[in-house]
Design a protein around this ligand. Structure first.
Ligand code: ADP
Ligand code: MG
Length: 429
């Protein structure tokens, strides 16, 4: 088959790496891709917002299957347009992608179907929202309804902070995404990311992960797209996984099907594991980044047949095999990220770093120029490793990081600390 992958980050590099290894793959293209993806696939400079151009590319290159990485094209209906043009595509339709595109939509779906989630209300104006905040008290969580690239949620410690967030959102601080807002109850617990593959009717659990969102060591500093991740999530055992499937994922699939918007594709449930059990914080309608990178390292099976089965409605009786070994990814970012940073700085030592046992380096924001690899984004590299323990995976990843010569970059030095602490605590003396 000829495959076209859409996207340009570390998630897409991991998907490209996995799909390039499939015996079903004849030619693998990626648009727009990056310097790392270019080692696995033929990169094409397409504007993903121009669906006609993507369709034209598919026709010209006899593409049999399109795999969509990021949420933005899904939420504006790229899968509908591709399928409408007779091209098979992996990912949810525009209507199904509302699970990520509108937090209010998902909250209403939870309420109507008894899916455990934080108590909430939806608002279209600041005054009513503020009255609700004052009535409920703090801590309380304020969320913009639409896609806000990780900047749409404020976990407010007091009423004034929540009111300021409401003023910012309704004042246009997040553009259209903040025109409607969800205010919800603060949930106490430990977070985990749960991934499932869905075909409209059936969902199969993939695996789980935890990530680090803050920029600096000790989970301090500003929020980012994610500075590192590891899989599996130590707080999701087999019983918790079954509960998540039966209490959250499966009722969601049934509800989406009942409203005529069957959900196909990767479903990423952001969970809070509370004393009462798993509660849904949010859905994402694609793989996480960098969570996808650690999942792909742990996946033993060919992934392409699973992606095809998701598209074709054939996941019933489908099974995937995983390495039990944990995997961990350290994000290397350009100094200044998530604020402003320089592009075009030179990265060296990548081959030496990739030679460390168990290590795979996925590129997130790079470009190749005159035989050199240059930084070309905020998050630039995902130094990933698999190991017998999280501690070993972590040691391997940081060994590789130490071989990379990039003075203009930085990373956190404590990715996986929570899991390593647990491992140490639970280890036999
Ligand atoms: N109800 C809640 N209680 C406690 N923390 C929350 C709650 N909702 C969100 N958060 C925190 O805020 C983060 C971002 O919220 P989320 O809904 O995942 O939005 P997004 O990923 O779109 O920015 C979560 O990962 C979690 O740490
Ligand atoms: Mg989230």
């Amino acid at each position: 088959m000829n495959i076209l992958l859409l996207g340009s980050g570390g998630r897409e590099h991991a998907l490209a790496w996995k799909m390039a290894a499939s015996p079903l793959t004849e030619r693998l293209f990626c648009a727009p891709g990056n310097a790392g993806i270019a080692r696995e696939a033929e990169c094409a400079a397409l504007d993903l917002a121009d669906h006609a151009a993507v369709i034209g590319f598919c026709r010209a290159n006899h593409i049999d299957f399109v795999v969509v990485g990021p949420e933005a094209p899904l939420c504006v209906g790229i899968v509908d347009d591709l399928e409408g043009a007779g091209i098979k595509a992996f990912g949810p339709s525009r209507a199904a992608a509302r699970l990520e595109g509108s937090k209010g939509f998902t909250k209403d779906l939870c309420r109507a179907n008894g899916i455990p989630t934080a108590a909430y209300e939806r608002f279209r104006a600041a005054e009513e929202a503020k009255a609700y905040v004052r009535a409920r008290g703090a801590p309380i969580v304020v969320k913009a309804d639409g896609l806000a690239a990780g900047k749409g949620v404020v976990v407010a410690q007091d009423v004034a902070e929540a009111e300021a967030a409401l003023d910012m959102m309704f004042g246009g601080g997040l553009g259209k995404a903040g025109g409607e807002v969800v205010v919800e109850e603060f949930l106490d617990g430990e977070e985990a990311s749960f991934f499932a593959l869905c075909d409209g009717e059936t969902a199969i659990p993939l695996s789980t992960a935890q990530d680090h969102k803050r920029a600096f060591d000790g989970d301090k500093g500003p929020n980012t797209g994610g500075m590192g991740a590891y899989s599996p999530a130590p707080n999701i055992d087999a019983a918790m996984s079954v509960r998540t499937m039966t209490e959250i994922v499966q009722p969601t699939l049934r509800a989406m099907q009942a409203m005529g918007a069957p959900y196909k594709g990767a479903l990423y449930a952001g969970l809070m594991i509370t004393r009462e059990g798993p509660k849904l914080i949010e859905y994402n309608v694609r793989f996480g980044d960098p969570e996808c990178q650690v999942l792909m390292l742990r996946l033993m099976s060919d992934f392409l047949p699973a992606l095809l089965a998701s598209r074709d409605g054939m996941l019933k009786n489908f099974d995937l095999r995983w390495y039990v070994d944990p995997a961990l990814a350290v994000v290397m970012a350009a100094k200044g990220y998530p604020g402003s940073y320089a592009r075009g700085t030179v990265i060296e030592g990548l081959d030496d770093a990739a030679a460390v046992e168990g290590v795979e380096i996925f590129h997130a924001g790079t470009k190749a120029e005159a035989g050199k690899i240059l930084a070309n984004g905020g998050r630039v590299l995902n130094v990933s490793a698999i190991g017998k323990t999280v501690r070993q995976a972590q040691a391997r990843a940081y060994d590789a990081v130490s071989r990379i010569r990039w003075p203009e970059g930085f990373c956190r030095h404590d990715i996986g600390w929570r899991a390593v602490e647990r491992e140490t605590r639970d280890a036999p003396p």
